[in-house]
Design a protein. Sequence first.
Length: 119
Amino acid sequence: QVQLVESGGGLVQAGGSLRLSCAASGLTFSTMAWFRQAPGKEREFVAAITWTGSSTYYADDVKGRFTISRDNTKNTAYLQMNSLKPDDTAVYYCNAAQRGSSWQPIYSWGQGTQVTVSS
């Protein structure tokens, strides 16, 4: 059974940083991704990393500010978020993902972690 547990969110001022963690159990050899959902909006792709970490992918509006990484020995994926903006305010979720015409989650969602950026 796959379990995804996100953590590390919080309240931060614009320009600040946060590091999110995603503890994943029951997954092997999976590309992992972060998604986010802002109030009143659909959930959207943020970043993805392949199993080996050799390839990473980012949404245009987070490129250069966010960095995705993973530690397979800990079954954990991370999202380092720098230069945060109020528009980054959302609930952040992780999931295994596959890339078709767009990035699609594979498993049920965890509880997510709230990120709030104040101006």
